[in-house]
Design a protein around this ligand. Structure first.
Ligand code: ZN
Length: 142
């Protein structure tokens, strides 16, 4: 089977970290996938998806501090000359983190660790509404 489901979430931008684990679990449950893979993909070039332990130190500070060291918001970006906008750092951060994640599904459940949540990090400079595609591939319960 192949089933695809869209998730919509609102973010505050500016390195907002959103826990989307529950939404992805729901999509997997609705699909009936028993054994296979869910690919979780952010549509757009200024946000990324990965996993972390969803605790305040990481999600409110450490992740943003990491990206500020690698691609500072106040840095110089050719992209901003091209479009006269302010989100060159958002694009390069999103490129580095990557837009998608694959999670193996066993017995209908995501194979995540107890302290491992699926997160979307929105690097854009304003609040956004994000579309995330969940595509389930594998054997269903039929
Ligand atoms: Zn831009």
């Amino acid at each position: 089977m192949v089933k695809t489901q869209e998730i919509t979430i609102r973010t505050r931008g500016n390195c907002d970290v959103v826990d989307i684990t529950g939404r992805v679990s729901e999509a997997v449950a609705n699909s009936g996938l028993l054994e296979g893979t869910v690919t979780v993909f952010n549509v757009g070039s200024t946000a990324g998806i990965t996993t972390t332990e969803f605790e305040p130190g990481l999600v409110n500070h450490d992740i943003e501090a990491l990206f500020e060291r690698i691609a500072p918001q106040g840095g110089r970006y050719e992209h901003e000359k091209t479009w006269h906008d302010d989100n060159g750092h958002s694009h390069v951060r999103a490129s580095l983190l990557g837009p998608s994640l694959s999670v193996p599904v066993i017995d209908g459940s995501l194979t995540l660790g107890t302290w491992q949540q699926i997160i979307l990090v929105d690097f854009d400079t304003r609040a956004r509404t994000r579309t995330i595609i969940c595509q389930m591939i594998g054997n269903d319960k039929a």
